[in-house]
Ligand binder design. Sequence first.
Ligand code: T5A
Length: 222
Amino acid sequence: MTGRFITFEGGEGAGKSTQIERLQRRLSGLDFKVIATREPGGSPQAEKIRSFILGGEAKHMGPFAEALLFTAARIDHIDTVIIPALANGVHVLCDRFADSTKVYQGISGQVSRSLIESLEQVALKSLRPDMTFILDLPAEIGLSRAGERQAGKGERADRFEQEDIAFHRALREGFLAIAKEAPDRCVVIDATQDPDDVERAIWTALQNRLPDFAGTRVSHVA
Ligand code: T5A
């Protein structure tokens, strides 16, 4: 029995964590076995690499070195968390995955596509997400949401949130380009909607695309 691997991508503050939490709650309520995880991080070793990168300690080494660090974290996360869960029939909801490296380090960071693809091949081997939700919204809105959330928690902007607006606008275009290149895997969701409408759009798309979830309740929003 194999679980489904579902990833969530998008710019800063797009609402990925919010929607993963909601989807996990819904699927658990329907008796599906499901875990939520994130990148960078998701395993003890990868979380250490996360702190190093997001604390800005690798920034001076440049985007390619950062891509290598994201890849090292991803390999541990895949080997110790994602593959074992999927092999046990557990569905995996992942907050960011390889598309984030393609866009943040590849497009915005200008690491060549061939290098990024080589790293992806080494880390993922035959693993691919069954479905990817791209939560799309203008960079200004996402950054403002992320800023408000941080202010509420007394946190500071991380390594990538500190980049200029042109960087963040390029991210949005990068994710939309991936969705165009891989329409069978990716669904673009309008993330400017309120959280209930975003949740409804995600659930409807999931049921339409993956037979595992078809036939379960459609209309309820928690
Ligand atoms: N990165 C990551 C790379 O550069 N390369 C890689 O390979 C990988 C894997 C990760 C950083 O690392 C980079 C990308 C990132 O910069 P992170 O802290 O995990 O850092 O950052 P994000 O994934 O961007 O997480 P955020 O928490 O910033 O964004 P989310 O999860 O998309 O948003 P969420 O759900 O936390 O919501 C943000 C705020 O908005 C509100 C929420 O309540 C919250 O306050 N909100 C809404 N408000 C209005 N309407 C809605 N629909 C809302 N949905 C949520």
